[in-house]
Design a protein around this ligand. Structure first.
Ligand SMILES: *Cc1c(COP(=O)(O)O)cnc(C)c1O
Length: 397
């Protein structure tokens, strides 16, 4: 096991290719410079402008932008009323923040297994794990493909649960003709540099629900309000504001907002290119019995954020780690998304452990993340396909 697996011969390419990279053009740079020359670096006009743009893109009634996707999940969980003694159901195949947001609120994350073909949370497993204590479901649109929103929404409605869509990967995707962001009770976005659209850091919560919206505004900014209708005491004067709850400083700067606004103008381009690359990969890998291609549900018109290469271990003499190393030898630098959250020592100490979600664990052993980003050239894409094909056939069983 795990001896270096290298096909030998000349590497497919000389220059290293990484799994993701932001794309910043002159318009993006100018947008940030313009803010730096303006009066407002934070809490300025770019915040409302971005919130409106996110509503226009998705069709959601309200958007609240904040410092990052993790902060977005935290305030969404708080707005949902998640607290001490509650349970929150989520997937283990995600970034740790999807479960951490429950812990921030004093609640217990409960991990539901994935569908082995789409890799998204299995609505049947969510139903099995729902108890009296369940308050919310955090469903992650893994790789950018929408979760099965119809089934999840029906279940949440029936059981009085709040559906939070962790849409860190999903911007640009639609479900059954509606953009993700306008469908679940709340949807969160992330604008980290590896995501489809970036602000350096940044996040947002989208909702159609006015009550959630008001709470999100409070939790983003210390629990402080300037809205007289929400105040409990007499207004002292024009300077007056009140802290009526315990919130945080999760504000976004205007530099970030301006960058995200400018990036959003390129979303159609980003989306189209990502779809092209995914199509090229899918078509090539469908020909290889050593590779399993992620299944798409027909409802999801997906802007893919990550491309997952899943090996079929029975058809190969090497394992995932060796496949990963062999790709590195061809100068294709991959990654793995994600280590099941409950494998982490912090979660183990809370009593979670191996065996909870067998499909997720099997996927973790069989997958790696291939390069996928807007700036990839056709040659880059061809190199990835050539390297994967070379390794899969060389080590075929
Ligand atoms: C990136 C990511 C987050 C966290 O977003 P940040 O902006 O980095 O805080 C949460 N969930 C998922 C699925 C992510 O990929």
């Amino acid at each position: 096991m795990n001896k270096p697996a290298i096909c030998g011969g000349k590497a497919v390419r000389e220059e290293k290719l990484f799994y993701g990279h932001q794309y910043i053009d002159d318009a993006d740079i100018q947008a940030v410079v313009d803010v730096l020359k303006s009066d407002y670096l934070t809490c300025g006009p770019k915040i409302g402008e971005l919130e409106q743009k996110l509503c226009d893109l998705t069709g959601a009634k309200y958007a609240v932008v904040c410092s990052n996707g993790t902060a977005a999940l935290h305030i969404a969980a708080l707005a949902a009323g998640v607290g001490e003694g509650d349970e929150v159901i989520t997937t283990p195949i995600t970034f740790a923040a999807s479960a951490n947001c429950a812990l921030y609120c004093g609640a217990k994350p409960v991990f539901a297994d994935i569908n082995p073909e789409t890799y998204n949370i299995d609505p049947a497993k969510v139903a099995e794990l729902t108890t009296e204590k369940t308050k919310a479901v955090v469903a992650v649109d893994f790789t950018g493909q929408s979760v099965e929103l119809d089934r999840l929404m029906a279940h949440c409605k029936e059981n009085n649960l709040v559906l939070i869509e962790d849409g860190a990967h999903v911007i640009g995707t639609s479900y059954d003709g509606r953009m993700n962001g306008s469908i679940a009770d709340m949807t969160t976005f992330s604008f980290h540099p590896v995501k489809t659209i970036t602000g350096g850091e940044g996040g947002a919560v989208l909702t159609n629900n006015e009550e959630y919206y008001k709470k999100l505004l409070l939790y983003r900014a210390h629990g402080i309000t300037r809205d007289a209708s929400l105040m409990e005491k007499e207004v002292h004067g024009p300077w007056y504001y009140e802290q009526i709850d315990l919130g945080f400083n999760y504000r976004m700067t205007d530099m970030q907002a301006a960058l995200i606004i400018s990036q959003m103008d390129k979303l159609p381009l980003f989306s189209e290119r990502r779809k092209e690359i995914v199509k090229a990969y899918d078509e090539a890998f469908k020909e290889l019995p050593q590779i399993f291609v992620q299944k798409e549900i027909p409802e999801s018109d997906t802007t893919r954020h990550l491309y997952i290469l899943r090996i079929v271990p029975e058809k190969l003499t090497i394992d995932r780690k060796q496949f990963f190393d062999a790709l590195a030898a061809e100068n294709i630098c991959c990654n793995v998304h994600y280590i099941p959250t409950y494998y982490f020592p912090y979660y183990e100490k809370l009593g979670y452990g191996k065996g909870l979600c067998p499909e997720a664990e099997r996927l973790y052993d069989e997958m790696l993340t291939l390069p996928l980003y807007y700036g990839m050239t056709d040659k880059d894409v061809a190199d990835v396909i050539e390297a994967v094909t070379k390794i899969a056939t060389y080590f075929a069983k």
